[in-house]
Design a protein around this ligand. Structure first.
Ligand code: C2E
Ligand code: CA
Ligand code: CA
Length: 269
């Protein structure tokens, strides 16, 4: 069998739980970090951790292809430890060049259900001597943020610990105003689908303006995801959007590229 057919043959096979377990053990999961920017000052304010699986057999596997399986198989709990251990260690290193930055991590609903989530977070914050304000937890409103998550108290617990929480992919899922009012959150992230065709689509402009107003009226800053062009960046800034993220600023970068990139950005201002 040729090397190519071996690789492609493996790629087509369904991912197994054992594979994920050994990938975790062999440190095949890595984080790329995408900066978030203040649109007014054009300064980086934090980074979002985006997980990648660099499998020797399958090549690059996008997160959406293996995260659901991590969740179904229960390996996600082990992964949660790895997530906070690695990202907060990396944040400490980033603070040597940019001491104000925060680390945003994505949490799925099953992670919000982990009974010891708050303790896990506290453990790694303490281990790295980090202030809770330097962490931000993102979850998406499209992931059936049910009443059970609200009532299990995790969001209140995170708020008590002073850990900011933001809603990801805002505008695509449950936008119940009642729920939004009850949630103890700090930031809305406008889904990139509204930003992608922002300049061509007046309806998207109206939606984005409404989200900015809603966020501000409720006291949250608003971030637009998926900014790819100068026009989008200028329009969002001129229309009061606070923060931005997207390929126009930077893609997700591995630590060794991120550190010099941010050091250079912050030096220029
Ligand atoms: P997300 O949290 O909404 O992350 C944004 C996704 O959009 C990322 O894809 C990012 O690379 C991509 N993106 C950023 N800027 C642009 C842009 O300007 N244009 C376009 N077209 N795309 C852009 P990625 O890394 O493939 O992640 C996909 C999703 O996987 C994430 O969506 C998040 O929901 C999930 N994910 C990633 N890492 C983790 C993790 O550690 N834990 C959990 N539970 N989910 C994660
Ligand atoms: Ca996110
Ligand atoms: Ca998003």
């Amino acid at each position: 069998m040729s090397l190519l057919s071996k690789i492609f043959g493996h790629k087509n096979k369904p991912i197994t739980v054992d594979e994920l377990k050994s990938a975790l053990k062999n440190k095949e999961f890595v984080f790329y970090y995408q900066p978030e920017w203040d649109l007014k000052t054009n300064r980086a304010i934090g980074v979002e951790a985006l997980m990648r699986w660099e499998s020797p057999k399958r090549g690059y596997v996008p997160p959406m292809e293996f995260i659901p399986l991590l969740e179904e198989s229960g390996v996600i709990h082990e992964f949660t430890h790895f997530l906070f251990e690695q990202t907060l260690k990396d944040l400490t290193e980033l603070h040597t060049v940019a001491p104000e930055l925060f680390m945003a991590v994505n949490l799925s609903i099953s992670q919000l259900h982990e009974p010891d989530l708050a303790e896990t977070i506290q453990k790694y914050l303490s281990a790295n001597n980090l202030d809770a304000e330097h962490l931000e937890c993102e979850f998406t409103e499209s992931q059936e943020l049910g009443d059970d998550v609200l009532s299990n108290g995790i969001l209140d617990k995170l708020a008590e610990m002073h850990i900011p929480v933001s809603i990801d992919d805002f505008g695509t899922g449950y936008s119940s105003f009642e729920r939004l009012k009850k949630l103890n959150i700090r930031k809305l992230k406008i889904d990139l689908s509204f930003v992608r065709t922002l300049m061509e689509d007046d309806k998207n402009k109206s939606i984005v303006l409404s989200i900015i107003k809603l966020g501000h009226d409720l006291g949250f800053p608003v971030l637009a995801e998926g900014i790819e062009t100068t026009e989008q960046q200028q329009w969002l800034r001129d229309n009061g959007c606070d923060y931005g993220q997207g390929y126009w600023f930077s893609r997700g970068l591995p630590m060794e590229q991120l550190k010099p990139f941010l050091a250079e950005n912050l030096k220029q201002k």
